[in-house]
Design a protein around this ligand. Structure first.
Ligand code: AMP
Ligand code: TRP
Length: 345
């Protein structure tokens, strides 16, 4: 819809991304999102990361104690992975009311037809769409508000969120066009690296997901060394040895997935990894992969557990982040209201 539209150079580069506190974090979330968020923080660009609690209630209403715990656990996961709350802004969505306020405006910009085309809506609502919440349908307009409330120019996400960022571009372009302004940037999705789509360990055609009924399909950030080793040992593969070039993985989704995970964890390209491990059998490669995964994840899960012992400190970090976020968001919302003609006295 907005193909070919360039990001306006008038906007200062700013990164925004968010994750739902809707369950434990997986290796997919870590490699596809959090690790990349942390890497961005050192690129000299302003970075804003959010625990999107208002998105989390679109599909399921959680027990309040569970939502509270998951919100803090996600914040702890960000921090334990290296996100520095001084360098980046870290907060939870519901503490900055401007998200819901701009979300409403975008509900009136986005078209029903655009929303109906969202594949995640179709997947999540399934056959029973009449019974899905209105919030689930409107969710991508709230996501657009999250991003555009900060005039964010870049959104690092996994492959599954690309369509939502494209919708954000459509909403920005329609708003700018309808009101004859150049107010919202045309944001770029940033989908890069070896692990933008980490697949299930049991089925190389399915995304690794916290909602998969089989716990063996995923590595959770809180899994201990034995669990990680067992899951990798049992991961589905094929009988062939590893190839020495990426091309050799084309028709081998499970093999490709394990190599991608390895490459992302050790921050090498797939070709660099295959130059070392090409020719090895899985019986040799799998223990290398579990050792690497344990070495990278154990310090993070230990730190998460330590942070969770002092929830008040996590809340204080989120509160300070929310104040900093609001300082950026409030003037942008006010300008939006002015453009629309909503009197603010
Ligand atoms: P979610 O857990 O669906 O809220 O996703 C949070 C972030 O993690 C988003 O940027 C997703 O694109 C990313 N993500 C989730 N699962 C995966 C996966 N299996 N591979 C890569 N990225 C993922
Ligand atoms: N929809 C995203 C997901 O499920 C989470 C999200 C909400 C998000 N708002 C965002 C991601 C803004 C990036 C930017 O993963």
């Amino acid at each position: 819809m907005t193909e070919g539209v360039q990001t306006s150079p008038a906007f200062t580069p700013r990164v925004f991304s968010g994750i739902q506190p809707s369950g434990g974090l997986t290796l997919g979330n870590y490699l596809g999102a959090i690790k990349r968020f942390v890497d961005k923080q050192d690129e000299g660009i302003e970075t804003i990361y959010c625990v999107v609690d208002q998105h989390a209630i679109t599909a399921t209403l959680f027990d309040p104690a569970v939502l509270r715990r998951q919100t803090r656990e996600l914040a702890a996961g960000y921090i334990a992975s290296g996100l520095d709350p001084e360098k980046s802004i870290l907060f939870n969505q519901s503490q900055v009311a401007e998200h819901a306020q701009l979300g409403w405006i975008f509900n009136c910009i986005a078209r029903m037809g655009w929303m109906q085309r969202m594949t995640q809506w179709k997947d999540k609502a399934g056959k029973n769409s009449q019974n899905a919440s209105l919030g689930l349908f409107a969710y991508p307009a709230l996501m657009a508000a999250d991003i555009l409330l900060y005039h964010a120019t870049e959104v690092p996400v996994g492959e599954d969120q690309k369509q939502h960022v494209e919708l954000t571009r459509d909403i920005a372009a329609k708003f700018n066009h309808d009101y004859g302004v150049d107010f919202f940037p045309i944001t770029e999705p940033v989908i890069e690296g070896a692990a933008t789509r980490v697949m299930s360990l049991r089925d190389g055609s399915k995304k690794m997901s916290k909602s998969d009924p089989s716990d063996m399909s995923r590595i959770n950030m809180t899994d201990d060394a034995d669990a990680i080793a067992a899951k990798i040992r049992k991961a589905r593969t094929d009988p062939d040895a590893l190839p020495s070039e990426a091309k050799g993985l084309e028709e081998r989704p499970e093999a490709r997935n394990l190599v991608n995970i390895y490459a992302a964890l050790c921050e090498q390209s797939v070709d660099q990894v295959l130059a070392d491990v090409g020719g090895k059998q899985f019986s040799e490669f799998k223990p290398m992969l579990s050792d690497l995964a344990v070495a990278k994840l154990a310090p993070i899960s230990n730190e998460m557990a330590r942070l969770m012992e002092t929830p008040d400190e996590i809340d204080a970090i989120l509160g300070r982040g929310a104040d900093r976020a609001r300082a950026i968001a409030a003037p942008i919302l006010k300008q939006t209201y002015d453009i629309i003609g909503m009197v603010q006295s």
